[in-house]
Write a protein that binds this ligand. Structure first.
Ligand code: SF4
Length: 443
């Protein structure tokens, strides 16, 4: 990589011709939208960093937390097997904490590949900066890495709270380029990072990332405990000019860009296709499917001790199960034929519901419930005049408590839509080779 022109000295958006061809590989893309088959698993909240915006910061810091220690290899394989066999997942995002330091990670990757569930690791890249490590993951069967690049230089070091982390993550990315392993970027838009969002896009161009996800610094999981402050959270409209520039760079270089969890009206009209709210996630193959996510999100599937809780389907009764004590459910399921019969009934009822209403409708309902019941999204009064209201989440409840919802800019340049794919169906998305059969149009 040393012969390539430094991104800082090039015209933004211009492809550097000295980048090795492998870094600019041809990507298969489509605007055909199908439902994702990607699951997720958390191996345990053990990590070699302490990023201040981490969703699991408290669990990582607290060694006594039941979700802190890594689970056994046997349990992690069981979860992957259930994702493949029960939920029909063909891809999985494996997270830790930091999954590259999980003792059985290479064996787990090989296992996933062997059962037809292609693994991605969501990683901070620290361990992957060592020579030869990326090659070990490649040879085990990794599909790609989702690299957490949260700044450039000192800003990355400050956001992940570790000196030297930036050099290591860049070293890891260069190792991926050299080893021919695809990678994507995740970038959390906390306040110090916002002005350099275009620089992140330039890095993606320079190194040949398959996609860049810009994620609003909204609270999920542990972030709801007051970690967010006015010092690290930006107003959406302050983010907009930098995000727009970054997206133009990525568009000009044919790199997929996804913006998560921001009101659609924050986007310039040409970028609405890149905004994924909860209703659009279903149609992003790099995002998690609601049916399996409801199950893997329960604590028994995130912790070392104890058995997995019983699998169930999204739809009728699912939220009741989700909100029950999953440890108690696992115990009763093991002991009682009646409870097992009830779960079988729930599965059948949901199958019928999906057949009658359509899977899309059932998953969409789950997305709406997450926005309303779990995350307390709010609309502004002006949203009632917006053509996108039925497909937009509005403002995250916590964001609205910081800044209100007055930034809403109702969309009035087209008739109201009720189609979650109204905008995103114009986006060209990367399709992995193994997904062609179901991700591309037939014929
Ligand atoms: S519904 Fe409200 S928040 Fe969403 S795009 Fe429309 S005006 Fe913006």
């Amino acid at each position: 990589m040393s012969e390539a022109t430094a991104p800082e000295t090039r015209i933004p958006g211009e492809i550097d011709p000295s980048i090795p061809p492998a870094a600019r590989r041809e990507r298969l893309k489509t605007t055909h939208r199908t439902m994702t088959k990607r699951g997720v698993m958390w191996l345990g909240q053990t990590c070699n960093l302490r990023c201040y915006f981490c969703y699991f910061l408290n669990r990582i810091a607290d060694h006594e937390h039941p979700e802190h220690p890594f689970m056994s290899l046997e349990k992690s394989k069981e979860i992957c097997r259930k994702l493949r066999e029960h939920y029909d997942c063909t891809a999985i995002d494996i997270q830790g904490g930091e999954p590259t330091i999980y003792p059985g990670i290479l064996e787990l990757i090989a296992y996933c590949k062997s059962i037809g569930i292609h693994p991605t690791l969501i990683t901070n890249g620290l361990r992957l900066s060592k020579p030869g490590v990326v090659e070990e993951f490649r040879d085990a069967g990794i599909r790609d890495f989702l690299v957490s690049l949260h700044g450039i230089g000192e800003i990355h070091n400050e956001t992940v709270v570790k000196k030297g982390a930036y050099e290591k993550i860049i070293g890891a990315i260069e190792n991926m380029v050299q080893a021919g392993v695809p990678f994507r970027f995740n970038c959390t838009m906390s306040k110090p990072v916002v002005p350099i969002l275009p620089k992140i896009a330039e890095k993606a161009v320079y190194y040949g990332a398959d996609a860049v996800n810009y994620i609003a610094f909204n609270p999920f999981e542990d972030q709801e405990t007051g970690i967010r402050t006015f010092d690290n959270v930006s107003k959406y409209m302050d983010i907009k000019p930098y995000l727009t520039e970054a997206m133009d760079i990525l568009d000009a270089n044919n790199i997929e860009c996804n913006v998560r969890y921001m009101p659609i009206c924050v986007a310039e009209p040409r970028h609405r296709k890149n905004f994924f709210n909860l209703q659009q996630l279903t149609y992003d193959h790099h995002e998690w499917d609601y049916r399996s996510w409801l199950w893997t999100g329960q604590q028994p599937q995130r912790m070392k001790e104890g058995p997995c809780s019983p699998v169930y389907r999204v739809g009728r009764g699912a939220r009741r199960i989700y909100y029950s004590d999953p440890h108690e459910l696992a115990k009763r399921y093991a002991e009682s034929p009646k409870v097992r019969a009830l779960f079988a009934l729930q599965g059948m009822a949901c199958k019928v519901q999906q057949a009658v209403q359509g899977k899309d409708a059932v998953w969409r309902k789950e997305a709406q419930l997450r926005a309303d019941e779990d995350l307390h999204y709010q609309y502004h009064a002006g949203c009632n005049d917006c053509a996108a209201k039925n497909i937009c989440d509005g403002f995250h409840g916590d964001y609205a408590s910081f800044f209100g919802s007055g930034e809403a800019q109702p969309i009035t340049d087209h008739a109201p839509t009720d189609d979650p794919c109204y905008y995103v169906s114009a986006q060209e998305k990367v399709v992995e080779e193994e997904d062609k059969a179901w991700a591309l149009p037939r014929g």
